[in-house]
Design a protein around this ligand. Structure first.
Ligand SMILES: *Cc1c(COP(=O)(O)O)cnc(C)c1O
Length: 386
């Protein structure tokens, strides 16, 4: 089965895990600190804080930046539910914003401007599929209205510019992301004081850690804020250090595969005009190419297309069901209508994209998709038997 994504783990990760067992120090030690520094450096940041997940990191970032009840936070609906959940977790209100267009499924700046009120305090940008939003335009918008900008960079590890847009940025190391620690994440922040606040809240609001006390760098601790346990452990950090070193080559491979998809789909006459397929992100922009979404023709039966591909051992997936349509959000934020997000969500299909694939796999998926679309074509009325 050709999977939509799969983690790449091997002998180096095994050796790194074994080394932690041999060392015997298993939580919040040198490896966590080294991963923070290496990750920060890879993203042009002075420092970073490792966390137990991107979701935890988003919660920490919002809490550290002082968001809470009464505050509105602009969020896209075309994202994983964790983006909006983090807003609810601090007691603030998510306000859903539409996408720019069917071929640009990033949060719309004009719709964000339209949804802004006197209570709006922050914006969470999601680097959907790994593509970065326009830094200058969003920063100008945030500055003009005194808004905090947060990046949900779950899809964008390793892209130059990710982490340099917002006041804070949060990355995910979940099993299907571009680099993984099984579960895990990383937070960066523009203001060192914000990052230190995030570091404090990560571990119960305690002013020192176990290792610092053991090594004599601290004798006791105080608790100065209501924090959480969102720590990373040494096993995860050990895997993360290996994965981070491999990330640039993997992202380069993803970029080449995505380019191959574009050429292959165009050659097959699938893109635009031809069959009604739309390829998002036609213009070049920095990307980690985390997923490969295509929009099926408006009248295609997506479930049948997915079944036909599965019968050829090709897994596909949908990124994402729009968050505002989930029961929880219909109840909490009723009456939201986002026409572009809803159409994108209805038609999008994520094709396999991961560094274990080769050009032959891409061409095979393209051919299978073309055939599946023919099979799943709606039957015109004239052709139905009497
Ligand atoms: C995966 C993902 C998250 C959550 O990441 P975890 O590390 O699993 O908590 C958040 N936002 C987006 C856009 C994601 O894709």
């Amino acid at each position: 089965m050709l999977l939509v994504s799969e983690p790449i783990l091997g002998d180096e990760e095994k050796a790194a895990l074994a080394a932690v067992v041999d060392d015997g120090w298993i939580t919040m030690g040198d490896r966590v600190r080294r991963l923070e520094q290496a990750f920060a450096q890879a993203h042009g940041q002075p420092d970073a804080v490792a966390v137990s997940s991107c979701t935890a990191g988003l919660h920490l970032a919002l809490a550290a930046l002082g968001l809470g009840p009464g505050d509105e936070v602009l969020v896209p609906s075309m994202t994983f539910v964790a983006t909006a959940n983090s807003v609810l977790h601090v007691g603030a209100t998510p306000v859903f914003v539409d996408i720019e267009g069917l071929d640009l499924p990033l949060m719309s700046l004009s719709d964000a401007a339209a949804k802004r009120t006197g209570r709006t305090r922050a914006v969470i940008l999601v680097h959907y599929a790994g593509y970065l939003p326009d830094r200058e335009r969003w920063r100008a918008f945030a500055q003009a209205h005194g808004l905090i900008l947060i990046e949900d960079a779950a899809h964008a590890a390793g892209v130059t510019g990710a982490g340099a847009i917002g006041d804070a940025a949060v990355f995910s190391f979940y099993g299907n992301k571009n680099m993984t620690t099984a579960e895990g994440g990383m937070v960066t922040a523009r203001d060192p004081a914000t990052l230190e606040r995030i570091r404090l809240l990560r571990a119960h609001g305690m002013t020192s850690g176990t290792q610092q006390r053991l090594t004599g760098h601290a004798s006791g601790y105080d608790v100065t804020a209501l924090g959480f346990n969102y720590r990373m452990d040494e096993f995860r950090a050990a895997i993360g250090l290996v994965q981070l070193a491999r990330l640039p080559a993997w992202n380069a491979k993803r970029q080449a595969l995505a380019a191959r998809y574009h050429r292959s789909l165009e050659r097959g006459g699938l893109e635009r005009g031809g069959s009604g397929i739309v390829l998002p992100f036609p213009e070049p922009r920095p990307s980690a190419n985390h997923i490969m979404p295509v929009l099926l023709p408006a009248d295609a039966d997506r479930t049948r297309v997915m079944q036909a591909l599965r019968a050829r051992d090709i897994q596909t997936s949908v990124h994402y069901a729009p968050v505002h349509r989930f029961t929880l959000y219909r109840e909490r934020c009723p009456g939201v209508s986002l026409p572009l997000t809803e159409e994108f969500a209805r038609r999008t299909l994520s094709l396999p994209l991961h560094p274990r694939m080769d050009d032959g796999d891409v061409d095979a998926v393209t051919r299978a998709l073309a055939q599946a679309l023919v099979q799943a074509r709606p039957v015109p009325c004239e052709e139905t038997p009497p």
